[in-house]
Design a protein around this ligand. Sequence first.
Ligand code: CP
Length: 358
Amino acid sequence: MLNSRHLIDLDHYTLEQIDDILTLAKMIMNKPQYYTDSCHGKVMATLFYEPSTRTQMSFQTAMLRLGGSVIGFDNPVNSSVSKGETLKDTVRVVSNYADIITIRNPYEGAAKAASMYSRVPVINAGDGGHLHPTQTLTDIFTLKETKGTLEHLTVGLCGDLKYGRTVHSLIKTLCRYPGNRFVLISTKELALPQYLKDIIVETGHQFQEIDHLTDAMPLLDVLYMTRIQQERFTSKAAYEQQKGIYVLDAPKLARAKYGLKILHPLPRVDEISQEIDDDPRAEYFNQTEYGMYARMALILHMLDGSTKQLDTIPEGDDKHYCCNPKCITQTEKYLPPAFYCHKDILVCEYCEHAVDRE
Ligand code: CP
């Protein structure tokens, strides 16, 4: 269902809506002085249950540059979450204080859950290893500005494709544009989840899986590097086995096309050697600025709507919970179960975990 009141998954926006946001982002980038009062009197709440530099600060500066104000927390320990307040109660209260809420939470499906209890639009700023739609807006705005198109690109994605929410969101969105091909560069342990491979195939796109970054380099129009995310592993030993396997350095870059664009959602640890930073193909620091304009455009787009009365949400049922230990329904037990059927497989609507695949 298309629903542009909240931004939980970019799939909920039509391509026309996405295009409108990118067009507005470009207009803001070219003439920021025209927009300095656009959100005068409006308040954004940033509720960050997980660390962030770019997403949180780019949303904050976006709102401030539009003339609005910002409230919120960047560590739930400093809020009443530490006293045991549920996500539902926190969001209900904050939606009385703010006109728009941006939320990051380590549990998959948390932003969707928050949107069910909010009177004002909710933006998913990252829900565990699931999705990160505003990073995708950032990424596609960067691609549009630097490659000039979102179509017929060979896109390499390297590193943590299993838990990488930025990778998941980006693939889903690029599958809505014709002719894109995906080169998936990861170890078997960090391979892309099957449901995303299914989306690539079902939307008529192609992918190949490659173990070594060196082999992939000559093929690519875009290289999307990612960090191996220590915080997503269940043990330090499992992380130690994966870290440092993929490093983009000058010898590998020498094998790439001149027109390659290198993106990274950041933060970087060691997966891009610093000698690459001044290469004209490196776009990852410019990408952070494109992200600010994309978020300014998104805020304007979303504040066009109004607050609404909350629907009555049915209470949860202990018998029907998602089996994904990282799903928000594992901790917020009042959430109503929500599943849909895809090819006879039951899928949780919060985290998109296929229940029958456990
Ligand atoms: N790209 C990104 O989400 O960065 P932060 O974790 O710093 O917000």
